[in-house]
Ligand binder design. Structure first.
Ligand code: SF4
Length: 444
């Protein structure tokens, strides 16, 4: 137990930098951290939020854009990769300035984390925070902390690594560490009565992110959704529309990114009533689905509501056209369902080039030709193929196979999960093959 003051503890919550070869802000916001911030605030805690990624240098039409970046030394395990490596987000001096402007030292610091291979940015933040606020306990949570719990415990230098799966557990942890009694109890919290995420703490809001559900009922072998969430549950569709209306009216937000893993599952119970309500209330906003939506669920009515409802960035999770791989990896969609969905989307009004279709490149044991065939099938259907390099994720079914196939030590070094290095490259799918495929897409 840490010894801290007992009245109105002050919690500093920080979203760290990204450290990588490349990063682009496709509506990135630390939604989990913002939910926790709101819950703490509702429970009487004083909160300060610092988002190291709140640093867009150029914003595009829909609020996405480039991060400010600072070139940094490559970590030793990535030294041989012939690309520049950068820290994305606010300059370090700005972080120190934000620290020194705080009216009062925090009683506790909470840091979140993203992709497993972004941990150098997290460690740097921990080091700076530790130096500045000596003896203040630091909790580390988020995706890296959950997926690489032992690595984070051993190397991050924080006091507590949190690998729980919901916000109330974090609340309880902070309450224990600060000896502060909670107003909210377990029984009072559900997916439908969480306070809205603390987006109001941003000085400028180009977009917000909304989750209408948690988890996913499917189990694709390359995906960690099941491990990272406590099962699949969804919010009341009308409550989601209330939230969207709140952001668009109270904060004049014009762009909303859905963060769901499974936005379209059972559309007649969720997506369809939600979008009908949105249209009925006359909510005008641009919607984006950077996480991709389930192709199988795109019928005529869903396609029509996507188009009429204002979905501007359509991304479909097709992954592969190889029927064997489709079945082996979980069977979320087949080629006929894909072709049918593209017909519905085109008929609804989407030009083919606006229908982005993700294809995974570099799955363990995958041949380059499989991706080439996928590209051809997507093009034949009239849509826009987009390659996504495979990233091996701990606690997924495919991770074991990836470890066996990879030349890199995926088990002990999360930096090797970085999809930019094509972690499962082999004679049948080399980096050269990958570049040729990319080049072919550009030349189209
Ligand atoms: S459908 Fe999407 S979110 Fe669900 S398990 Fe598969 S990849 Fe993950």
């Amino acid at each position: 137990m840490f010894h801290v003051k007992h009245n109105f503890p002050h919690v500093l919550l920080i979203n760290p930098w990204i450290s990588d070869f490349a990063a682009y802000n496709f509506w990135i916001k630390p939604l989990g951290l913002l939910n926790i911030t709101s819950l703490l605030r509702n429970n009487g805690f004083r909160v300060t939020l610092i988002d190291c990624l709140d640093s867009l240098i150029r914003t595009r039409r829909y609020g996405d854009g480039k991060f400010f970046k600072t070139k940094i030394e490559k970590p030793l395990p990535l030294k041989s990769v012939p690309r520049n490596y950068s820290q994305y987000g606010i300059p370090e001096e700005m972080l120190l300035k934000r620290f020194s402007m705080l009216e009062e030292k925090p009683d506790i610091v909470g840091i979140t984390s993203g992709m497993t291979y972004w941990y150098p940015g997290v460690f740097k933040l921990v080091e700076i925070t530790r130096k500045f606020f000596m003896n203040v306990p630091i909790i580390l949570g988020g995706i890296y902390a959950t997926l690489c719990y032992e690595h984070a415990k051993k190397h991050s230098g924080v006091d507590v690594v949190f690998n729980g799966k919901d916000e109330i557990e974090v609340l309880r942890l902070v309450s224990d560490l600060t000896n502060e009694e909670l107003i909210t109890h377990n029984s009072k919290l559900s997916i439908d009565n969480l306070p809205y995420p603390a987006f109001d703490l941003y000085r400028k809001l180009d977009y917000v992110c909304v989750s209408t559900s948690t988890g996913c009922p499917l189990q694709c072998t390359y995906c960690a959704s099941a491990f990272l969430t406590k099962g699949y549950s969804r919010r009341d569709p009308v409550a989601v529309v209330d939230e969207i209306e709140y952001w668009t009216i109270k904060h004049q937000v014009k762009n909303i990114a859905f963060y769901d893993d499974a936005l379209l599952i059972e559309p007649s119970k969720h997506f369809i009533p939600m979008m009908r309500e949105m249209i009925k209330r006359g909510i005008h906003c641009s919607f984006h689905v950077p996480n991709a939506i389930h192709i199988k669920e795109i019928g005529e009515d869903v396609a029509d509501l996507l188009f009429r409802g204002g979905f501007k960035t359509i991304r479909l999770g097709f992954e592969t056209s190889n029927e064997g791989t489709q079945i082996e990896t979980g069977g979320k969609v087949n080629n006929q369902e894909f072709q049918q969905a593209i017909k519905y989307l085109t008929r609804a009004g989407y030009p083919g080039e606006e229908i982005g279709v993700y294809l995974i490149a570099g799955l363990p044991g995958q041949r380059a030709d499989e991706v080439k065939e996928g590209i051809a099938l997507v093009r034949d259907a009239g849509a826009n193929p987009m390659l996504v390099e495979y990233s091996p994720i701990p606690h997924t079914q495919l991770f074991e196979k990836a470890k066996k196939m990879s030349q890199f030590d995926l088990e002990n070094e999360p930096l090797f999960h970085n999809n930019s290095i094509l972690p499962c490259q082999w004679d049948g799918f080399t980096m050269g093959d990958y570049r040729r495929l990319k080049e072919g897409l550009r030349r189209k």
